[in-house]
Structures are given as structure tokens and as C-alpha cells.
Ligand binder design. Structure first.
Ligand SMILES: Nc1nc2c(c(=O)[nH]1)N[C@H]1C(S)=C(S)[C@@H](COP(=O)(O)OP(=O)(O)OC[C@H]3O[C@@H](n4cnc5c(=O)[nH]c(N)nc54)[C@H](O)[C@@H]3O)O[C@H]1N2
Ligand SMILES: Nc1nc2c(c(=O)[nH]1)N[C@H]1C(S)=C(S)[C@@H](COP(=O)(O)OP(=O)(O)OC[C@H]3O[C@@H](n4cnc5c(=O)[nH]c(N)nc54)[C@H](O)[C@@H]3O)O[C@H]1N2
Ligand code: SF4
Ligand SMILES: [Mo]
Length: 702
């Protein structure tokens, strides 16, 4: 009975905390997890951990997790062999494409796709063969405005300036709650300690949020903002910076700044105050504080990207950092220089080269906005979606008007899911292909090293042996690719394992064969706690991928959106709007089946200001009916003075009571789905990203 200590990063959220996992090997050959702790020797996460990482063992041991492919026959799930399953997928998809055209097969890729390197390297090996324009992902219910803004201004959708949180003297956060989310597009393990350090060195933290979030509660200043109206605040700030001469020269090459000045000249703090709910004097003072700080960073996340002006907000955020000299500056925002450099190796992307069939929404990087998925299934005609491949996603709970999508899935001719569970989405599939569990496969973070607040790298070895007959995600995609190519008589290029691709990427990268670091896979094997490659450094000028090789400060598309913003009719007083929230013990829709995380008081209630409850004759803890244009749910309402009046908050990812879901613990305390209320027609019009925040709702006693 040998005990072993393993070191590996947690892949569950963007913070990539180092873990120390102790296992025990038994005489029968089995290996048991004894403990999961933070790895104090990981210089990036410094021992930080959250409750979700401990639940990695619950994922491993969950009796509800699928361990072999299953096929639905007469409404019953039955085991099926891998080869037979691949053959079935190849046959059904080929037949559907032959009859209805390539676009009749759609793809949805969910969030864990970017937390699992095998899906990053190999899903396209198969999906690319389909040559369908109906590709969708969680990007368009999340960070699409970030990518689009970077693509338009810097020439590459992944050139995302990251807050230099460890060196800044002023951090302005809009629509992010890193104390619950552990940071996003800012890979920052141990964020609370880093924010405390910012305050301890005399820096200032300001949070703009319609809820006094956990992060807002620790800030020096918290401003309530009317949901969906951050652009007004940001315009007021930028306008003040120009108006009061608070700008600072930047050495970066910039085009279009005069045009920006003119375009925003009429959006003064005074004219924007009512719109955002922040007094003009406060807007002006915030601009002065920001500009006066030795270094400052303006950072916006979910709350300002999944709203009706997501792209406008992210453009204004970039401009505020730029004109105060904080873009590409220590203590401001900086782009990473990652060991596997996805920016250097790829073209910048493309936008609006084609559009969705029904609503004409623009593609970005080959994907269409997921808000259009259901209508593309439900609207008859040439190009109608007849089959779906869902990969590591749960769009019934995570995309707007999930109820409509659910009905649309019922009408498909064929659906296959690559997933660990029979959940709200995959229960509609004909076939589910489950990969190995997280600790059973290796991992290299291709994505979050690129978004990290320091340049870091590590390779994660599997902790547990792969069970006999199990396949990793990437192997499932190789199997599908081969079966599909054989069925269609197409030639398939040979592929290599993800490990080998990472080795090549490391060697070709900035710390590879041509540098003193000589990074390779073998070198990372020698460094189980990860390698710190130093703080972020200014590098943007050399990395710009615009045609002009300058920053494009005034992209036509974004400047034009100012007119839409100015013309937007405002809701009448007393109307309620819905926003979302996250909790540290929850992870989107899929980690509610672990007792360790869901025990204690429920965390899926509707938060509502006491005055809004009183005005409707509602009592604290009462069950209420919440209604929007698209649907109605029942939940418990809790009075909370954290909320801005007229705003209610409900986390997404709940609603596990649907029939056929096979997740016992989750179904026992199901909650209701926020996305039965969100509206697929409410979009950031520029990018097509869903506006999940700021949804008009009515609340009454149930
Ligand atoms: N109203 C509202 N809606 C939201 C949000 C919000 O804030 N408010 N947030 C949005 C955001 S930011 C996101 S990212 C999306 C997330 O939306 P999705 O990505 O659609 O959903 P997840 O809940 O992440 O579901 C992940 C699925 O992947 C499976 N899975 C987990 N690990 C693996 C793996 O390694 N391999 C495979 N093959 N499957 C795996 C799980 O069983 C689960 O079914 O939700 C969005 N929806
Ligand atoms: N524990 C946990 N961690 C997670 C996840 C999880 O589900 N659970 N999900 C992961 C994923 S996929 C992502 S994308 C990240 C997201 O990470 P964050 O961007 O930090 O997301 P949230 O924690 O949802 O914080 C969003 C904040 O925006 C506020 N907000 C809502 N509407 C508006 C608005 O109109 N304006 C402004 N200014 N604020 C608004 C909300 O009140 C909330 O406090 O978290 C990741 N980490
Ligand atoms: S914060 Fe929690 S879930 Fe996120 S990487 Fe760290 S341990 Fe994992
Ligand atoms: Mo996300």
C-alpha cells in the first residue's frame, strides 16, 4: 500500500491553482485519492485552493458519471461499443449531410473545451471535416466582445491585455466578481490576497456592479450601475479624461484618436449620469482618480460583456487604458508572452464573413452566435439544422431561452454528445460518448497561460490510470474523424498526440530552442510545480497584427454603435431587470452533483432589494413567480440590501428537475434556470453576444 504525492494544476476554472493530491495504491491494483490540497510550492498559486478542487475526487467517484458510451433505444439508455458508436455517428451525419447539405449538422462546444487541451488540439480533426457553417460555442454567451474588440483594435482576437494586478495602484473593475469566480480573462490564483496587497501598498480598488458583490464589499469604493448601462459611465469617464486634459501620451502607434474624441464629444459625464445611475460629479472624480494614479487598470468582465452594449463597453475600456497611458504598461494592462504562443502562430481571425441563415447574425472566427441555435433548428428551409454534436456543453441551461432550445432539440433527426453526464442537454441525444475523468488524463493549459497575470507554464500528468476501454476526449475525436473519413472516402491527415503538439509548441515558442530557457515537454516534466517565466512586460507594439501595425482606436463598427446606444429607449421607473451571479461552490451548470459543494443553505435563490419586495407585498423567503418575454420560473426570493433597487439577481446553471436527467444529487435540489428567462433576441448587436444581464422581468407571489 504505497502512498504517492502528485502535483497538478486544477483545470476547473481559469485560476489554474496548483494542487497536491495524495493517493494510495492498493494490492488489487486500484488507486484511491486520500486528499486534495493546495500546492504551496506552486509559486503562482502559493497554496491557494477553493472547494471545487476538492470535489475533483467526487467527479472521479460519482456513480452518475458515464463510463462507457450509451445509446438511446426506445427511450432507454443502453451500452454500446466505441467502434459501433463511431460508425453510427459517421453513418447518421453523412446521411443527413447528403440529404440536407453540410450546414444541416451543427456543433456546440461548451466551456470545458477550453479547460481540456485534448479538445483544443483534436476536436477539429473531426469537426473540421463536417465543413458546416453552423458552429456555435459558449464564447457567444461569454467573452465574444473581448475577442472582437481586440481583433478590431489590435488585429488579433487573442491579443487580450491582462490587468497587471500585482503592480497596479488603481484597479477599476466593472462587471467582474473575482472573489466568487476566481478571475476571468485574468488568470489570477489567490485573487483576494492580491487585491489585499494592492490596498496594502496604498492602491485603490473600485468596483462597479449592480450588486454589492463579494469583491465590491472589499473595495475602497463601490458604485451601483444600472444593468446594461455601463457604456454611459465609461463614456462619461473617457469624455472627462479628454475634457479635463487628464490624458497621458503613449509610445504605442495609434490611428484614429481624433475620430474617437469627436465621436464621444457629446457624451459628457453630465449627460450620461441618469443613464448609468452614477452622479456626474462621481463620474468626473473617478476619472480624475484613475488618471492621477501612478498606474491604473480598467478591467471589465462578464457583467459588461454579456449585455446589450458588450462590445461598446470593451472598446471604451481599452480606450480608457490607452489614453491614460496604462495600456501595455507595468501596473496597467499587458499582454502575456506565453510559452506556447497562440497569437504568433495564428492569423488574427475573421468577422462577419458569413451570417446566420434566419437572423443574419455575424460569424466570428468561424462561429455563429449561439442565441441563433434554436431558431436555426426550428425554422424550415434550405440549411435548417437537423443534427447536433454537443461537446462539453449544456446549452439548455447556459444559453438564452433554454426552454426554446429544449423544444428544438426534440425535433432533431440525430444528436450526439461528448460528455460525462446525462444532463438537461445530453438527455436529448441519441448517443453519448463519455471521455476519461479529469484526473485520468494529462493536461497542458493552452488557454489560461495566455490570460495569466504572470507568464507561467506547466505540464500536468495524469494522477489515476486510464480505466480499461476508456478514451480521452481527443481519442474520441480521432475515432470519430476516422470513421467519418472512411464513410466519405476522404483522406485524413495523420495526427499526433496532444503531448507531442505541446512539445513542438514549447520548442518553437519564445522560451524554446532558440532561447536560454530551452523549454520542452521534457523540461516541464522536471518541474511538477510549474515554471514561472516572470512578470508581464510591455510587448504590444511588436505583437500588433493590424494591417497598419498600429492600434486602431476608432473601428467603424464600434464608432457606429454609439448611435444605437444614444437612441436606446429607457425602461420606465419601477421595472425590474434580472442579472446573474456566481458562487465559489458552483461551476456553471455541471458541478451540482457533489454533496460536498451543494450542502448547506441553497445558493440559487433570487436576490431582491427589500423595498422592491415590500412594494410587491412579498415576504423574505417567499416563493415567487418570475416572468420575462420568453418564460416563467418559480424560485424563492431573498431580501438583500446588496442589490441595487429595481435589480434582481439569479445565478445560472440550475434547473435540474427536468425529466430524464440522471444526476441524483443535483436533481434533489434543482433550483430554476435563469436561462428560462433570458431572451435570445436580446443581444449585443455588434457581436451577436447574448445579453444575459439586464433582462426585464416581472416578479409576483407564486
Ligand atoms: N444567465 C447566464 N447564463 C450564462 C452565464 C451567466 O453568467 N448567466 N454564463 C455563461 C458562461 S460565461 C459560460 S462559459 C457558459 C457555460 O455553458 P456551457 O459550456 O454550455 O455549460 P457548462 O455548464 O460549462 O457545461 C459543461 C458540460 O461539459 C461536461 N464536461 C465537463 N468536463 C468535461 C470534459 O473534460 N470533457 C467533456 N467532453 N465534457 C465535460 C459537463 O458534464 C457539462 O455537461 O454559460 C453561460 N451562461
Ligand atoms: N465559482 C465559480 N467560478 C467560476 C465560474 C462559476 O460558475 N463558478 N464560471 C467561470 C466562467 S465560465 C467565467 S466566464 C467566469 C466569469 O467571471 P466574472 O466575470 O467574475 O463573473 P461573475 O462572478 O458572474 O461576475 C459578474 C458580475 O457582474 C455583475 N453584473 C451583472 N450585470 C451587470 C451590468 O450590467 N454591469 C455591471 N457593471 N455589472 C454587472 C454581477 O452582479 C456580478 O457580480 O467565472 C469563472 N469562474
Ligand atoms: S480557484 Fe478553485 S476551481 Fe479555480 S483553479 Fe483554483 S482550485 Fe480550481
Ligand atoms: Mo464562461
Amino acid at each position: 500500500m504505497t502512498k504517492t504525492l502528485h502535483h497538478r494544476a486544477c483545470h476547473l476554472c481559469e485560476a489554474i491553482c496548483g494542487l497536491t493530491i495524495e493517493t494510495q495504491d492498493h494490492e488489487d491494483g486500484s488507486r484511491q485519492i486520500l486528499s486534495i490540497k493546495g500546492d504551496a510550492q506552486d509559486s503562482f498559486s502559493r497554496g491557494h485552493i477553493c472547494p471545487k478542487a476538492v470535489a475533483l475526487q467526487d467527479i472521479q467517484n460519482d456513480p452518475d458519471r458515464l463510463r462507457q458510451p450509451v445509446r438511446k433505444v426506445d427511450g432507454q439508455w443502453q451500452p454500446i461499443g466505441w467502434d459501433e458508436a463511431f460508425e453510427l455517428v459517421a453513418e447518421r451525419l453523412s446521411a443527413i449531410q447528403a440529404e440536407h447539405g453540410k450546414n444541416a449538422v451543427a456543433v456546440y462546444q461548451g466551456n470545458p473545451s477550453v479547460h481540456n487541451y485534448g479538445l483544443m488540439t483534436h476536436s477539429n480533426y473531426f469537426l473540421g471535416q463536417l465543413k458546416t457553417r453552423n458552429r456555435f460555442s459558449a464564447t457567444s454567451v461569454d467573452q465574444l466582445p473581448h475577442h472582437l474588440t481586440s481583433y478590431l483594435m489590435y488585429g488579433h482576437g487573442l491579443l487580450l491585455p491582462i490587468p497587471d494586478i500585482d503592480h497596479t495602484q488603481f484597479m477599476l473593475i466593472l462587471g467582474g466578481n473575482p472573489l466568487a469566480s476566481n478571475g476571468s480573462i485574468m488568470t489570477v490564483p489567490d485573487v483576494e490576497k492580491r487585491l489585499k496587497a494592492l490596498k496594502a501598498r496604498g492602491g485603490k480598488l473600485v468596483v462597479v456592479d449592480p450588486r454589492r458583490s463579494e469583491t465590491a464589499a472589499m473595495a475602497d469604493q463601490h458604485l451601483f450601475v444600472r444593468p446594461g448601462n455601463d457604456a454611459a459611465l465609461l463614456l462619461g469617464l473617457l469624455n472627462t479624461l479628454f475634457d479635463e486634459g487628464l490624458t497621458r501620451e503613449s509610445p504605442l502607434p495609434v490611428n484614429g484618436m481624433e475620430q474617437v474624441k469627436q465621436a464621444i464629444a457629446s457624451f459628457t459625464a453630465e449627460s450620461m449620469a441618469a443613464r448609468c445611475g452614477v452622479a456626474a460629479a462621481e463620474i468626473r472624480q473617478l476619472a480624475r482618480d484613475f488618471a492621477a494614479a501612478e498606474s491604473a487598470v480598467c478591467y471589465g468582465r462578464m457583467g459588461v460583456s454579456t449585455q446589450a452594449y458588450g462590445s461598446l463597453c470593451h472598446w471604451l475600456i481599452q480606450l480608457i487604458n490607452l489614453v491614460t497611458g496604462n495600456l501595455d504598461r507595468v501596473g496597467g494592462t499587458l499582454c502575456t508572452s506565453p510559452a506556447v504562443d497562440l497569437v504568433a502562430n495564428t492569423s488574427g481571425g475573421h468577422f462577419n464573413v458569413w451570417q446566420s441563415r434566419v437572423s443574419g447574425l455575424p460569424e466570428y472566427g468561424g462561429e455563429l452566435p449561439v442565441a441563433a441555435l434554436a431558431e436555426e433548428m426550428l425554422t424550415p428551409g434550405e440549411g435548417q439544422i437537423k443534427a447536433l454534436i454537443s461537446v462539453a456543453g449544456n446549452p439548455v441551461l447556459s444559453t438564452p431561452n433554454g426552454g426554446q432550445l429544449e423544444r428544438a432539440l426534440d425535433g432533431l433527426e440525430f444528436m450526439v454528445s461528448v460528455d460525462l453526464y446525462i444532463n438537461e442537454t445530453t438527455r436529448h441525444a441519441d448517443l453519448i460518448l463519455p471521455p476519461t475523468a479529469p484526473l485520468e488524463h494529462d493536461h497542458y493549459d493552452t488557454t489560461f497561460n495566455v490570460f495569466a497575470v504572470r507568464n507561467v507554464t506547466r505540464f500536468n500528468q495524469p494522477v489515476l490510470a486510464k480505466p480499461e476501454g476508456a478514451l480521452d476526449d481527443w481519442e474520441i475525436f480521432v475515432g470519430l474523424a476516422r470513421a467519418f473519413a472512411a464513410k466519405n472516402g476522404t483522406e485524413l491527415k495523420p495526427t499526433m498526440a496532444p503531448q507531442q503538439m505541446i512539445d513542438m509548441g514549447l520548442r518553437a515558442g519564445p522560451y524554446g530552442d532558440r532561447s536560454e530557457h530551452k523549454l520542452s515537454l521534457a523540461a516541464l516534466h522536471e518541474a511538477p510545480h510549474g515554471i514561472d517565466l516572470g512578470p508581464l512586460r510591455p510587448n504590444l507594439a511588436a505583437r500588433l497584427k493590424t494591417d497598419s501595425k498600429a492600434i486602431e482606436a476608432a473601428p467603424q463598427l464600434l464608432v457606429a454603435d454609439l448611435a444605437r446606444f444614444a437612441a436606446e429607449p429607457q425602461p420606465s421607473a419601477g421595472e425590474l431587470v434580472l442579472i446573474g451571479r456566481r458562487h465559489v461552490r458552483s461551476n456553471n451548470s455541471w458541478m451540482h452533483n457533489y454533496q460536498r459543494l451543494v450542502k448547506g443553505k441553497p445558493r440559487h435563490q433570487l436576490l431582491m432589494h427589500p423595498d422592491d419586495m415590500a412594494g410587491r407585498g412579498l415576504a423574505d423567503g417567499q416563493r415567487v413567480r418570475v416572468q420575462s418575454r420568453v418564460g416563467m420560473i418559480e424560485v424563492e426570493a431573498v431580501a438583500s440590501d446588496e442589490m441595487m433597487p429595481s435589480v434582481v439577481s439569479l445565478p445560472h446553471g440550475w434547473g435540474h428537475a427536468r425529466p430524464g436527467v440522471q444526476m441524483g444529487i443535483a436533481s434533489a435540489q434543482p433550483g430554476a434556470s435563469a436561462n428560462d428567462l433570458t431572451d435570445e433576441r436580446q443581444l449585443d448587436a455588434v457581436s451577436g453576444n447574448a445579453a444575459l444581464n439586464g433582462v426585464p422581468v416581472r416578479v409576483e407571489a407564486a
